[in-house]
Ligand binder design. Structure first.
Ligand code: 5AD
Ligand code: SF4
Length: 477
């Protein structure tokens, strides 16, 4: 095929990217001829569900232009979609890049691309440009929609292609996406974050809050449902502030009510809720909904009102506990999960005991616990009173023990009940079992076959194994 099919490159999106996809296709075809087979790709995702969804977008483009998915990083095109929320997320990437450099020495035609949150940090780019010259392409979180155009640049240009934007107000719709699961999908409802919690790098790497228009979201979900999706996970850094900056403002609760009307959609999940913005309207909508799952992820971060103030969270311990009470009253069987940081600068034993107190009062169904990680550029990084490592480790262990004991107690209370379950996969360890999720997000394994994948069935929870169950199917819903 002629590489210059059009005289002019379209300026409008997404048309411009479709133009570049055609162009990339012809380069990939040439490569396939040279190799005598289709070239392969591997996208490795670090971090959160937002990144997982972005990786599905990258995969959509790669498959459109003629790359074939490989199961390992011994591929012709390796992409790392990175995270930078904690230092160890960055360390993982540096470690694996070392391995890739050796691999590339033996496979010189191979392409390596890096994208995602870590690439939004100027020091990272500097280090890559200085010491990691074997990387072919680097882009960030704001211009991921340009992937096809950037791939073309790697074919046409010598050396490293680097394209990082500081921020954007742009949202490009209708590009190809290749879902990991046929029956469930993440759906971005907004991008970015305006909260500036003092420990968090996300507002710096994901930019300011931008909401998608409700009609674009609904249209995407309708297409997903027509394509076999029964469960959606609405994604945003703070879904509770959805729609505030739209030309015609819409609340998150209003959006949920519109999504609920989509016929064929069975389950709605969302992530993440900031406690300061969780409205009574949302609680009411959740209590009346037939489709919104009985699960709320409500990051606490700390139980100490003093630390919460230092974290710039805009709620205190009492307000958080009152909110939990309100939610539990409106939706009695809801599962509550959370994120907690241990060792924020200046955290005393008393502060930590306040966190333990909230955990004991709320009794979370599950909690992600993190050791505070200093992120350069955030206000907390400038604080001097860092907590000694051994003290943090001791607090972390005590917290983890408490969190685990609450979780298993909550799971135990469900034993013997029959619940509806969305079957997700054949069990990896035992192929006579399938694995599915309850509305409240607990996992159950039970005898079944591949044909059940994507179906919602009733399962009796026979045995509790701490955080998951063994069960038995009692029928289709
Ligand atoms: N250190 C440790 N944990 C952090 N998180 C965000 N920033 C940091 C940090 N600097 C945690 C928060 C957030 C979750 C996604 O990651 O708990 O909710
Ligand atoms: Fe997700 Fe935040 Fe990590 Fe980016 S930095 S991948 S938004 S958790």
């Amino acid at each position: 095929m002629e590489k210059n099919m059009y005289d002019q490159v379209p300026t409008m999106e997404p048309q411009r990217q479709f133009y570049y996809m055609e162009k990339a296709k012809s380069y990939v075809d040439d490569l396939a001829q040279q190799l005598g087979r289709r070239p392969t790709f591997c996208v490795t995702t670090f971090g959160c569900q937002m990144n997982a969804r972005d990786s599905e977008k990258l995969t959509g483009i790669l498959e459109t232009i003629g790359y074939e998915a490989a199961d390992s990083e011994d591929a012709d095109f390796v992409i790392y979609n990175t995270c930078t929320v904690r230092e160890n997320a960055n360390n993982k990437v540096w470690g694996r890049l070392g391995y890739l450099s050796t691999y590339k020495k033996h496979h010189p035609h191979m392409k390596i691309a890096l994208c995602g949150c870590m690439m939004q940090e100027p020091e990272v780019i500097e280090k890559l440009q200085k010491s990691y010259r074997f990387v072919d392409l680097i882009f960030g979180t704001h211009n991921i929609y340009k992937f096809a155009e950037l791939i073309v640049a790697t074919f046409e240009q010598k050396g490293m292609v680097v394209d990082i934007w500081k921020d954007t107000d742009k949202i490009v719709e209708d590009l190809p996406v290749e879902r990991k699961y046929s029956f469930k999908s993440g759906v971005n409802i907004m991008f970015g974050c305006n909260n500036f919690c003092s420990y968090c790098i996300v507002p710096y790497v994901r930019g300011r809050e931008r909401s998608r228009k409700p009609q674009d979201i609904i249209r995407e979900i309708e297409h997903l449902v027509a394509d076999g999706v029964v469960e959606v996970m609405l994604l945003g850094q703070n879904v509770n502030s959805y729609g505030k900056n739209l030309e015609t403002p819409v609340t998150f609760a209003e959006l949920l009510q519109e999504i609920e009307k989509i016929e064929g959609l069975e389950r709605i999940r969302f992530m993440t809720s900031h406690p300061k913005d969780l409205s009574d309207e949302l609680i009411e909508v959740m209590s009346k909904s037939k489709k919104i799952c009985k699960h709320l992820h409500l990051p606490l971060q700390s139980g100490s009102s003093r630390i919460l103030k230092e974290m710039n969270r805009h709620y205190d311990k009492e307000q958080y506990l009152t909110l939990v009470e309100k939610i539990r009253k409106a939706v009695p069987d809801i599962a509550l999960t959370t994120d907690i940081i241990v060792g924020f600068p200046g955290e005393t034993e008393e502060d930590f005991l306040e966190t333990m107190d909230v955990v004991q009062k709320v009794r979370y169904d599950s909690a992600f616990t993190f050791i505070y990680s200093k992120r350069t550029g955030t206000p907390a990084a400038a604080k001097e009173e860092q907590v000694p490592e051994d003290v943090v480790k001791d607090r972390f262990d005590r917290l983890l023990k408490e969190v685990q004991s609450c979780a298993s107690e909550r799971a135990q209370a469900l034993t013997g009940k029959t619940e509806s379950v969305l079957v997700e996969e054949v069990n990896e360890q035992d192929s006579s079992l399938v694995t599915g999720r309850l509305s409240n997000n607990f996992v159950v394994h039970f005898p079944g076959t591949e044909e059940l994948i994507g179906k919602i069935v009733n399962v009796k929870l026979k045995e509790c194994k701490g955080f998951y169950f063994y069960g038995e199917m009692t029928g289709e819903v």
